[in-house]
Design a protein around this ligand. Structure first.
Ligand SMILES: [Zn+2]
Length: 173
């Protein structure tokens, strides 16, 4: 039984862990909450748009059909959510783990995304974002190179196609 089921007061919580609770079907909207772990809640059907939430782990919630677009969310883990069809384009999201979300057909172009784990998503066709995340890391390792044209040339030298991909996701520069 988790803190929600026990009926404990939730006001003022910064972090809430109600993982693996089979009873909860929804999460209360807690003002000021920054981190929420509701992983493995087999009957959880919805998560509110919690203002100020920074990290959300809702992995392995099979009844969840959508993820709210929470402004300011930095880390989203939703692996193994078998009924999620799309990931919202959350401005500022830095890390996304959606491995095993088998109904996903695309991942939005989230500007600034740094880490992406998306294995075992059989219907994802566009592989560009994986390349871009890789390139972002690589370019970051070359950050001492300040000259834009030199960076362009470096990317072009790896493979001509990468330049086009990078230009369509210009934020990598
Ligand atoms: Zn519970």
């Amino acid at each position: 039984m988790c803190i929600i089921c026990r009926g404990d007061p939730l006001e003022g919580l910064v972090e809430l862990d109600c993982s693996y609770c089979p009873n909860i079907t929804e999460i209360p909207n807690i003002v000021g909450l920054q981190r929420l772990n509701c992983m493995g809640c087999l009957n959880l059907a919805s998560i509110p748009n919690i203002v100020g939430l920074q990290e959300l782990d809702c992995s392995y919630c099979p009844k969840l059909t959508s993820i709210p677009n929470i402004a300011g969310l930095q880390i989203l883990r939703c692996s193994g959510c078998l009924n999620i069809r799309e990931i919202p384009n959350i401005a500022g999201l830095r890390g996304l783990c959606c491995s095993g979300c088998r109904l996903l057909t695309e991942i939005p172009n989230i500007i600034g995304l740094r880490r992406l784990y998306r294995s075992d998503c059989p219907f994802l066709e566009d592989d560009n974002i994986t390349k871009v995340v890789y390139i972002q890391r690589w370019i970051r390792s070359k950050m001492q190179i300040r000259n834009f044209n030199v960076r362009l040339a470096l990317v072009r030298d790896i493979h001509p196609d990468l330049l086009n991909i990078c230009m369509s996701y210009y934020s990598v520069f």
